[in-house]
Design a binder for this molecule. Structure first.
Ligand SMILES: [Zn+2]
Length: 279
């Protein structure tokens, strides 16, 4: 997929984005509503209402991180991962010098791997730590250059600069070009998919998340992650922006040992996304 995206962007830079069916339906809906508004006497209020409703649905899809209405969105590993008993632990918003090195030690102690969706400017600030993540067998993927809070309101140019700049920084620092992208808080709009397509990136969200940037109780975070835990799951945790426990610890450091123990008990193996996404 990366290859075909690279080839098509080489031949025709502005081209042929394969519109997701929902976006094609939305375009057809606009044409039908406008046509009715023009042709049918008194239909304008209905036509405008139909278009407003359509925009509300698109906005709703953008605010729903696991939705695939706006384009392909990986929420679980492929079926082949079930036979391999694989899950993917994804850890966002780092690297974070106070937390990430201890996360690496915990993963090593259990012989498990993870994927870090890093903020590229933090990678630039901590290049040695970033290289250590990769050297210890984990994967770093694209979580934008700055993790802007208004990310989901950006247009094509804003998306392109945040994401392409992150690709360049991450590739330069770690020596590996990311193939996966995750939007800040999972929020997006219809302009994102063509940019990802052009850069050869797959949008990856998650099967379950612990809400560990807000919830400081490790038991609650763990309960959310472990509900129906099974092979193919993609789990979301945070080393950057982590909520604190009552004792002031980043909550990930208390949840991760519980999760790794549970994986061991269930005979599950945590692998990087690139490994788990193999067909
Ligand atoms: Zn994030």
């Amino acid at each position: 997929m990366g290859k075909s995206a690279a080839m098509s962007s080489a031949t025709a830079p502005t081209e042929s984005w394969p519109w997701p069916p929902a976006m094609r339906a939305s375009a057809a809906w606009h044409v039908a509503a406008l046509g009715a508004g023009v042709l049918v006497p008194g239909a304008w209020p209905w036509a405008i209402g139909a278009i407003v409703l359509n925009h509300a649905l698109i906005t709703g899809a953008g605010l729903t991180p696991r939705s695939n209405l706006l384009g392909p969105n990986v929420t679980r590993l492929p079926e082949a991962a079930a036979a391999r008993r694989e899950v993917a632990i994804t850890i966002d918003d780092g690297p974070e010098p106070e937390v990430t090195p201890r996360v690496l030690d915990l993963l090593d102690a259990h012989g498990q791997r993870a994927t870090f969706f890093c903020i590229a400017e933090r990678v630039l600030a901590h290049p040695e730590l970033s290289r250590e993540i990769v050297a210890r067998g984990h994967s770093i993927q694209n979580h934008t250059a700055q993790h802007r809070h208004n990310f989901s309101f950006l247009g094509p140019r804003g998306f392109a600069s945040e994401i392409a700049r992150a690709q360049d920084i991450l590739t330069e620092v770690t020596g590996q070009r990311p193939t996966c992208f995750r939007a800040p808080a999972g929020l997006r709009n219809p302009f994102l998919e063509p940019v990802l397509h052009r850069l050869g990136l797959s949008l990856v969200s998650w099967t379950r998340r612990g809400f560990d940037t807000r919830e400081g109780d490790p038991a609650k975070v763990m309960a959310r992650l472990a509900r129906n835990l099974q092979a193919r799951d993609i789990l979301l945790l945070h080393d950057g922006n982590a909520a604190r426990t009552a004792e002031g610890q980043p909550v990930l450091l208390e949840v991760l040992p519980l999760l790794l123990e549970r994986l061991r008990a269930d005979g599950l193996r945590a692998v990087t996304l690139s490994e788990g996404m193999k067909p």
